[in-house]
Design a protein around this ligand. Structure first.
Ligand code: C2E
Ligand code: CA
Ligand code: CA
Ligand code: CA
Length: 278
């Protein structure tokens, strides 16, 4: 139908894939608008100085009616490609604020929550207002909320990122640079951005303390971060040996299966109570 001299390849596989993606997109949209199926899990972040959990990272999940439990990597991309990642991240923010209020009621008024912010959202003009209003609506002090932004998201538009982060900062939020080491960071820019925390990507932690290269890299990142007055979180800590290495090299916080897997809010409150008791 596109005329002569035109040849179009078309396969059943492609069609099925396209149909599948389209359906997933529609279902995700429904799940969001009906607030049905998406939920948050929380993973504790431990302060190595005193062994206390000071912060939780919010990680979204989707309980799909047919496909079962879906990890974020399966649907964040769908939301990004179809223009409703802003809605998804706004949903996460609202739920996280509700949960912060619940946690305060359960006796954890100082506990903080970090939420992930998609790169695409950094370009939105209304992001700062949205964060401000959501915090106000749930009566949450801005100090209790932290934004995690990947280094690639920051570096792809430094001036925009700089402006946005300064606004967030003046609201009172803390900012983390996520997945550090996997993207392209310019140290010159890193110095200029108003950041509080640097999260070392799991790929550098995985082979500690066996890999000499990773040991050197992690030490160098910790040193550089401290020079820039940033606190350091190591992601994906799974063993006692990794903890010992990180602690002896001055890492500030750890996060990973060694401490806890991400859990729903009720599981996490039980976990926090046990920690308090011990
Ligand atoms: P991330 O921000 O790097 O999150 C850490 C991921 O590592 C999580 O996977 C977590 O479950 C996993 N993890 C934590 N500790 C360990 C460990 O000791 N060992 C191993 N093997 N893995 C560990 P998850 O929950 O599947 O999230 C994947 C990514 O999806 C996140 O990577 C983040 O980039 C994105 N994401 C999650 N929630 C949200 C959200 O609400 N909004 C946006 N925009 N992105 C999100
Ligand atoms: Ca993160
Ligand atoms: Ca990360
Ligand atoms: Ca990561």
């Amino acid at each position: 139908s596109s005329g002569r001299n035109n040849l179009h390849f078309f396969s059943r596989h492609l069609k099925n894939k396209a149909t599948f993606e389209l359906q997933l997109e529609e279902e995700l949209h429904l799940a969001l608008s009906r607030d049905n199926g998406l939920f948050l899990t929380y993973q504790p972040i431990l302060d190595l100085r005193n062994g206390q959990v000071v912060k939780l990272e919010a990680l979204v999940r989707w309980q799909h009616p047919q496909l079962g439990l879906l990890p974020p990597d399966r649907f964040i991309g769908v939301a990004e490609a179809n223009g409703f990642i802003a809605e998804l991240d706004a949903w996460v923010l609202r739920r996280a604020c509700q949960d912060l209020a619940i946690l305060a009621g359960e006796g954890f008024p100082d506990l903080r929550v970090a939420v992930n912010c998609s790169a695409l959202n950094l370009c939105r003009d209304d992001l700062v207002d949205e964060v401000k209003h959501t915090l106000q609506a749930h009566d949450i002090h801005p100090r209790r909320l932290e934004l995690e932004v990947t280094e690639n998201a920051l570096m792809s538009n430094v001036n925009q990122a700089l402006y946005l982060l300064e606004c967030m900062r003046s609201l009172g939020l803390c900012i983390s640079i996520d997945d550090f080491g996997t993207g392209y960071s310019s140290l010159a820019y890193l110095k200029r951005l108003p950041l509080d925390t640097l999260k070392i990507d799991r790929s550098f932690i995985m082979d500690l303390p066996g890999s000499h290269a990773d040991m050197e890299i992690v030490q160098a990142i910790i040193g550089m971060a401290h020079t820039l007055h940033l606190q350091v979180v190591a992601e994906g800590v799974e063993s006692r040996e990794q903890l010992d290495f990180l602690k002896s090299h001055g890492c500030d916080f750890i996060q990973g299966y060694l401490i806890s897997r991400p859990q729903r809010l009720d599981g996490i409150t039980d976990f926090l109570r046990q920690q308090q008791g011990s």
